[in-house]
Design a protein around this ligand. Structure first.
Ligand code: GLN
Length: 551
């Protein structure tokens, strides 16, 4: 069977949840036994989002192979339970970079290099690379941006050409659009959708299926209006109504028969879908027995997308523990030794988040100290782990002023220091310690028990590390280094064994949490936090509020 390509475009506005629709369709096809991957094409000029501020772009999602990518790849991994790679995210910057490099090498043999055909050919070759790997039955391609944007045009043109190059029978075009409700008129409006489809058609692309985001059900007359004016069959107008959880979307799409329409049109032979696990998970997410509060201390908390994978990992871990994790967003800039008890009152766990730069560090250190001295479960991730080490060095080991050289180059006790191979790096893009590295766990440690394994690997994104010349001071004073990178003897995990649950990790466990494989440290942290909540009356029972999930 030749690989099928499904192109997903978006119209009317951004933020309609194209990534979730792609991931949901992917999940439905995987549930039918197909091998599927999802690729994101981003129309911006950055080569990757690695150098972008979280306020601009949200979280930078890191893959096993160390690519810094769009956060939608996180959705793909979490929904499909697959591993993505550098090939799954392509930006305009990357396309131009490759084309210009080839031009400099003389690869175009004297030709004038142009958007058409050179840029559009390069886009096509990036899409085909996944299909031609032979690993997939279906490649879903999400085209970032909104139809009508100038910067999306080369992508739409590349898709138009690809349809002919791989055979039209092997491709499908899905357009995600908005059907807004005008309260004053008391009506759903189809005009924006009509215009969006018209714009797409002007570029030579006719959608085969329309997925309509809406706050109200689309009745028969609205659906037939959309179908008639947008040149699609009635059954190809799929309603995508607001869901309680993004994880409910695959079920809603299945009720709307999105997967059936896709397999019929692409003539895919599949088995009946098995969504039992998924249904059980959504049931657990929507109907937990209780709720606890966990503080997420970070400096980008106004923008929750900056911590997307952490939020999702808590949902997965909450489902395993039959408990909703309510995140209390704590801005680290505003946290001080004086107000920390007040700001963190009522929480049953404290997570100090990853980050870069000195802003908010003293607040993070106050949060660590509060968790450590009050026996509240603590989880430090990357910068959060480094803060745990700094706090321990200062307040337990007695090294006043201990710090990371990221924030204080002159510190007397650089307990966190730049990695030697990072010292001379000048370019900021793609040069951190990135991607998957091994970690050997100490038997009997919290981490080892949580993983149930002794050798694991996790993804990284950092330039600084625990200083190997000074780490003796930590262990002399009771902190345990329970996870080490075997090749380079780098500290990956620190713990305080006397504490009910105090774990700091240099890597990013949140990036590996999926619905089918919730991340073990998150599961264990939530378990410890539930235990703490039950013993401190901070656990709220939710037994009465159950609402069934529809099959
Ligand atoms: N800024 C720290 C470093 O580079 C931590 C990075 C992070 O939290 N991802 O090591």
């Amino acid at each position: 069977m030749s690989t099928k390509y499904i192109f997903v475009t978006g119209g009317v506005t951004s933020s309609l949840g194209k990534g979730i629709i792609c991931a949901s369709l992917g999940r439905l096809l995987v549930a039918r036994g197909l091998k599927v991957t999802v690729q994101k094409l981003d129309p911006y000029i950055n080569v990757d989002p690695g150098t972008m501020n979280p306020y601009e772009h949200g979280e930078v999602y890191v893959t096993d192979d160390g690519a810094e990518t769009d956060l939608d790849l996180g959705h793909y991994e979490r929904f499909l339970d697959i591993k993505t790679s550098q090939s799954n995210n392509v930006t305009t910057g990357r396309i131009y970079y490759d084309v210009i490099s080839k031009e400099r090498q003389g690869a175009y043999l004297g030709k004038t290099v142009q958007v058409i055909p050179h840029i559009t050919d390069e886009i096509q070759s990036h899409v085909l690379k996944l299909g031609q790997s032979g690993n997939y039955d279906v490649v879903i391609v999400e085209i970032g941006g909104t139809v009508g944007d100038i910067e999306s045009l080369p992508y739409i043109e590349a898709v138009r050409q690809l349809k002919y190059n791989v055979g039209r029978a092997n491709t499908l075009s899905i357009h995600l659009t908005l059907v807004p409700y005008l309260a004053a008129a008391g009506e759903l409006k189809t005009k924006p959708t009509q215009h969006s489809v018209k714009t797409l058609s002007e570029s030579g692309l006719q959608p085969d299926i329309l997925v309509c985001r809406t706050e109200h059900h689309l009745d028969e007359s609205i659906r037939s209006k959309v179908a008639r004016f947008c040149n699609v069959d009635l059954e190809d107008v799929i309603e995508s109504i607001d869901a309680r959880s993004i994880y409910e979307v695959p079920l809603l799409m299945q009720q709307q028969k999105l997967d059936e329409r896709v397999i019929e049109k692409l003539k895919l032979e599949t088995k009946e879908p098995n969504l039992d696990n998924w249904l059980g998970f959504v049931e657990a997410v929507c109907n937990p027995s209780g709720e606890i509060k966990i503080a997420l201390v970070g400096k980008y908390v106004e923008h929750h997308d900056s911590y997307k994978s952490i939020v999702e990992a808590f949902i997965h871990a909450g489902a395993v523990n039959d408990c909703k994790v309510k995140i209390i967003w704590i801005q680290s800039d505003n946290l001080t030794a004086k107000n920390v008890a007040k700001k963190l009152a009522g929480v049953s766990g404290i997570l100090v988040a990853p980050g870069f730069g000195g802003r908010g560090i003293e607040g993070k250190l106050s949060a660590v100290k509060y968790a450590r001295t009050n026996d509240i479960p603590f989880f430090g991730i990357c910068l959060g782990m480094q803060c745990a080490v700094i706090e321990y060095a200062r307040n337990v080991c007695g090294w006043d002023g201990a710090n990371s050289t990221e924030f204080d180059q002159e510190t007397e006790y650089p307990i966190i220091d730049i990695m030697p191979d990072q010292k001379d790096i000048e370019n900021m893009g793609g040069t951190m310690r990135l991607g998957k590295y091994a970690c050997k766990l100490e038997k009997g440690s919290y981490a080892q028990k949580a993983y149930g394994a002794e050798l694991v690997d996790e993804r990284h994104r950092h330039r600084y590390e625990v200083n190997n010349n000074l780490r003796y001071k930590l262990t002399e004073n009771g902190m345990k280094l329970t996870g080490m990178n075997p090749e380079r003897d780098l500290v990956e995990i620190v713990e305080i064994p006397e504490h009910p649950w105090f774990v700091g990790v240099q890597f990013h466990p949140e990036l590996r949490s999926t619905v089918n494989n919730p991340q073990p440290l998150f599961v264990d942290f939530v378990k410890a936090s539930v235990k703490y909540a039950k013993s401190n009356s901070t656990y709220s029972s939710l037994k009465e509020n159950k609402v069934a999930v529809e099959k």
